[in-house]
Unconditional design. Structure first.
Length: 230
């Protein structure tokens, strides 16, 4: 992993934000390589014109960004159970995005797109103002060591970006099974006056991370942060 110090080398290009993830690729099956080469480029939001209003592009009024979708359990459930919603699934995990892309492609869903890579860049540069209904951030990497906590994805800069793309009264849904991260979430939101944070407010989706947390006996913390418009 590149250290924070390495990002400040003289003459290096300016880095817009600290990386909050480990890129994960691993060995891919033939089918996933096909998806990566043939299907994902067609579905990747980064290859659409910007700024993109997903309500128009996907012909749905309610848009959810599954930010850090993992293996795509939550995205797939929304596609099956919420056909009136549009979904954008984002993750750095190649296998997970491949699986989501396969579901979208084989199920002929026309209400979903994906992005394989840095989600913050997509939120910041690709999506139109006030065009997203909800952003779901489920079980983000807790970065438990103190020296790494600046890499936690829930930070003031990200909330400012999300505020811009959320519709009036749009909502951020967050779940974590890390007690320290739950406190971090509350601390970050306490510094902002443009979101109203409350505990709970939604049913945490059934994902592999959720099941793992239950199996390990962890307390699951959930939050809903509603955008307060000017």
């Amino acid at each position: 992993m590149i250290s924070a110090d390495a990002l400040t080398i003289s003459n290096a290009p300016k880095v817009p934000h600290i990386r909050t993830f480990h890129a994960r690729h691993g060995r891919l099956s033939l089918r996933r390589r096909e998806l990566l080469e043939l299907v994902i480029p067609r579905l990747d939001v980064i290859n659409q014109s910007s700024p993109l209003d997903l309500r128009i592009a996907l012909k749905r009024d309610f848009v959810v960004v599954d930010f850090g979708c993992g293996m795509g359990d939550h995205t797939q459930a929304m596609l099956e159970n919420q056909p009136d919603w549009a979904v954008l699934a984002i993750d750095v995990h190649t296998a997970g995005i491949c699986d989501v892309a396969e579901v979208i492609d084989s199920g002929e869903y026309t209400n979903a797109l994906v992005h394989l890579g840095d989600g913050i860049t997509v939120l910041e540069d690709q999506l139109a103002d006030q065009s997203v209904s909800e952003v779901h951030i489920l079980f983000p990497d807790p970065w438990p060591k103190a020296k790494h906590q600046k890499r936690r994805v829930i930070q003031d800069d990200l909330l400012a970006i999300i505020y811009r793309i959320l519709v009036p009264s749009g909502t951020i849904r967050i779940a974590t099974d890390h007690d320290g991260y739950a406190l971090h979430v509350q601390q970050v939101f306490s510094q902002r006056q443009d979101f109203e944070l409350s505990a709970g407010g939604f049913e945490v989706p059934d994902t592999s991370y959720h099941r793992r947390a239950i199996r390990l006996g962890h307390t699951i913390h959930s939050f809903s942060a509603r955008k307060i418009s000017d």
